[in-house]
Design a protein. Structure first.
Length: 142
């Protein structure tokens, strides 16, 4: 029997790979031709870091707390994607988030589809930077 259970490690790796291999995102992040280590250091699978500086841009991909549903064996799962850029590049953050919506909305991971759940608007970030976020939802069996 095939299990449609949520495997967070495998799922976030799939999403992370999709984002970091997208040519448009790499271009907007100014990472075209960069080493895989450099790309992985700027497109990360967590919400916190301690090394953002200068003109770097950062995409953070991570899960938020689950949402209960009417059925006790199904949960709504939330994936959040934040984009941090130098404040002067605020328009780039919106372009990146637009592209992320294009490549993740309807994307299937482990036989579950991710759907755009809404934009979060401007979020807190470090001084001199600008951040906007998007959320995606999918439903998982416990």
């Amino acid at each position: 029997m095939w299990c449609h259970c949520f495997d967070p490690g495998k799922d976030i790796n799939n999403i992370h790979k999709r984002v970091r291999e997208d040519a448009t995102i790499l271009s907007l992040m100014e990472l075209v031709g960069a080493s895989s280590d450099t790309v992985a250091s700027q497109i990360i699978k967590r919400s916190r870091w301690d090394d953002l500086a200068g003109n770097e841009k950062r995409i953070c991909i991570y899960f938020k707390p689950s949402m209960p549903s009417r059925n006790s064996i199904i949960t709504g799962e939330l994936l959040q994607v934040d984009c941090h850029v130098p404040a002067k590049d605020d328009y780039v953050a919106y372009k990146i988030q637009g592209r992320i919506k294009q490549i993740l909305h309807g994307h299937e991971v482990g036989s579950r589809k991710y759907y755009f759940y809404g934009q979060l608007g401007e979020l807190l970030t470090m001084d001199g930077f600008f951040c906007v976020g998007n959320r995606f939802v999918f439903y998982a069996t416990i």
